[in-house]
Ligand binder design. Structure first.
Ligand SMILES: *[C@@H]1O[C@H](CO)[C@@H](O)[C@H](O)[C@H]1NC(C)=O
Ligand SMILES: *[C@@H]1O[C@H](CO)[C@@H](O)[C@H](O)[C@H]1NC(C)=O
Ligand SMILES: *[C@@H]1O[C@H](CO)[C@@H](O)[C@H](O)[C@H]1NC(C)=O
Ligand SMILES: *[C@@H]1O[C@H](CO)[C@@H](O)[C@H](O)[C@H]1NC(C)=O
Ligand SMILES: *[C@@H]1O[C@H](CO)[C@@H](O)[C@H](O)[C@H]1NC(C)=O
Ligand SMILES: *[C@@H]1O[C@H](CO)[C@@H](O)[C@H](O)[C@H]1NC(C)=O
Length: 518
């Protein structure tokens, strides 16, 4: 992707001026040079579907509309990645009539092994956005993955890339692939050698280059990183097979009884320090000439310990996406796991164990996805304007010419609804004189009663005053647009604790009244 050098104004080395209390932020008239994203993908906020559950996700009415709503905002459908732990448990069976075949004790379990048939690919063939398809490597059945790769290439018109394995750090020395290719050892070194071997084999069999999304689950402390993998790609002359690097990353985990914390999840300074690790990884991918994605990410693994489906997680989605972009990430795929057993999902269904009945929901984190997709829509770059040390965040989205078009203001002070008084932070924004036409500008809010709110508990958030139908994912309600006065290039905007505001510096950037109705 070539940056449009000819149309984009040069950046400004202006230092962002911060008052002592960090309440005043000055917007530069053209994009700043630092703490700014690369040129944005049209639809950078995407979704990942767990491999065995993908047919189930396709069976939900909300899936098409929830993705479509984000597509309407962005002007293009979001990227979808199909994969996860069960991609490394799955084998392709060209004679299988069903999309997937497996058996589980409970509908909330993921299968230990499964097969999938040709009709599985048909389910992915109608999607118009970029599709990345995950193949098995753990079971060391290269021929089977080659067969599936060819089927994917021939069936999915918008296929972007193929992944070869999910999270190789989890394979272990006793896995078939470690036995076959690692000499019974399995470290990032054995994995990298295996990755390049498979990249060459799958690419040559299908006569393709630029086909593979290479990557690992990011754990730099244990050597699992793009920084470790990319030099092996270079030394083995394999970069031509690679289309992109994709990494997996979850800021929190409830695995093994670990505790999760909503206030630290949504904390702006916490998000700034967590996402810093992407910067050097992105730089390595970019110097290899490849885009860098978070191909599987979400808030907290192993069920999330009660925080993943909250409104606070919606606020986390917003700040995490923007901060990831500023650190060089070009798109994110938020994972959707086992239907009914994966609280970080943006939509889905829950099973009532007493009645054995399913109820469909559009969960709180989806409101964050809508808000941040609207914030980035049509933008060229996004810049982070605060120093990253407080609970308050300010972003400016710049257009193709380098002029500011939108602001995102985020107050990550944790409000759980227990105290009767909800604190407010006033953001003072300066430097708007040349950036806005005379008169007020429009703002919309991502809000709820408290960070702990959950749709499934009857506590609906709203974005621009709208809510999303639990079954259809269509928008309902009347848009709530606020008018913000700009005087001498300065605007003051109040944002409650655990709330975010989107300010549109030009009129008509987002059609909130038409949004989500079709
Ligand atoms: C699909 O992927 C390509 C390559 O990364 C990217 O340029 C394009 O913007 C993506 N499409 C969308 C709609 O984001
Ligand atoms: C609601 O969820 C259940 C369980 O996944 C699914 O079978 C059903 O089709 C969904 N309803 C609609 C209208 O999508
Ligand atoms: C489906 O999987 C079960 C085991 O889970 C197996 O017994 C059965 O033969 C499989 N069916 C087909 C059509 O492959
Ligand atoms: C894999 O396919 C190749 C080429 O068709 C064949 O020579 C080889 O025997 C196959 N290997 C296995 C384990 O089936
Ligand atoms: C860029 O971000 C870093 C960390 O968030 C911060 O320390 C620095 O002050 C920011 N630079 C500018 C120019 O705002
Ligand atoms: C979603 O379902 C919950 C639980 O029944 C309900 O309280 C909530 O109002 C519904 N949300 C919307 C937007 O209809």
């Amino acid at each position: 992707m070539l940056p449009p050098m000819l149309t984009e104004a040069v950046c400004l080395l202006l230092l962002v001026s911060l008052s002592k209390a960090q309440t005043t932020y000055t917007i530069s008239p053209t994009r700043p040079c630092s703490n700014i994203s690369l040129i944005l993908n049209k639809a950078p906020v995407g979704v990942s579907f767990e491999f065995f559950a993908f047919p189930g996700w396709q069976g939900l009415e909300s899936t098409e509309t929830c993705l479509g709503n984000l597509g309407v905002l962005s002007g293009a459908l979001p990227p979808v990645r199909i994969g996860g732990t069960t991609q490394d448990r799955a084998l392709y069976d060209p004679r299988l009539k069903q999309a997937v075949n497996y058996s589980v004790a409970s509908p909330l379990d993921a299968p230990a092994s499964l097969t999938y048939g040709p009709s599985y690919f048909n389910l992915a063939s109608h999607y118009g956005g970029n599709v990345t398809f995950g193949l098995n490597r753990r079971l060391a059945q290269l021929n089977n993955s080659i067969l599936a790769a060819e089927k994917a290439i021939n069936t999915i018109p918008s296929l972007y890339a193929l992944e070869l394995g999910n999270e190789p750090d989890l394979y272990g020395a006793s896995s078939p692939i470690a036995q076959k290719e690692g000499g019974g050892k399995w470290t990032p070194v054995q994995d990298a050698n295996s990755q390049v071997h498979w990249q060459a084999s799958v690419s040559k069999a299908s006569g393709r280059t630029q086909l593979i999304q290479a990557g690992v689950r990011l754990q730099p402390q244990n050597g699992w990183s793009v920084a470790q993998l990319a030099p092996v790609e270079v030394s083995s002359d394999s970069l031509s097979y690679v289309r992109s690097f994709g990494e997996h990353s979850y800021p929190q985990s409830a695995c093994g009884g670990s505790a999760t914390h909503l206030n630290t999840l949504m904390s702006h300074s916490g998000i700034v320090s967590y996402t810093k690790q992407y910067r050097s990884e992105a730089a390595v991918a970019h110097s290899a000439g490849k885009p860098y994605f978070l191909s599987e990410t979400n808030s907290a693994t192993c069920g999330g310990g009660g925080i993943s489906s909250t409104f606070g997680a919606a606020l986390w989605v917003v700040d995490y996406v923007l901060q990831a972009m500023v650190n060089g990430v070009q798109a994110l795929n938020f994972h959707h796991g086992t239907l009914g057993n994966s609280p970080y999902d943006w939509w889905g269904a829950l099973l009532d164990s007493s009645t054995n009945k399913w109820t469909n929901y559009t969960f709180a984190p989806y409101y964050g996805a809508v808000f941040v997709s609207a914030a980035l829509a049509g933008g060229s770059r996004v810049a982070s304007l605060d120093d990253g040390t407080s609970s308050y965040a300010v972003y400016a989205v710049y257009d193709k010419k380098g002029a500011p078009m939108r602001l995102v203001l985020y107050n990550s002070d944790y409000y759980d609804g227990t105290s009767s008084k909800r604190p407010t932070h006033t953001f003072t924004i300066k430097g708007l004189k040349g950036a806005v036409a005379p008169g007020p500008v429009t703002a919309v809010r991502l809000t709820s009663h408290a960070a702990t709110d959950k749709v499934e508990a009857g506590q609906n958030p709203s974005v621009a005053g709208l809510q999303f139908n639990n079954v259809t994912c269509r928008a309902q309600g009347r848009p709530a647009l606020e008018s913000v006065k700009v005087q001498d290039g300065t605007a003051q905007i109040e944002v409650k604790a655990s709330e975010a505001v989107l300010v549109e510096l030009a009129s008509g950037l987002t059609d909130w009244s038409g949004f989500g109705r079709l």
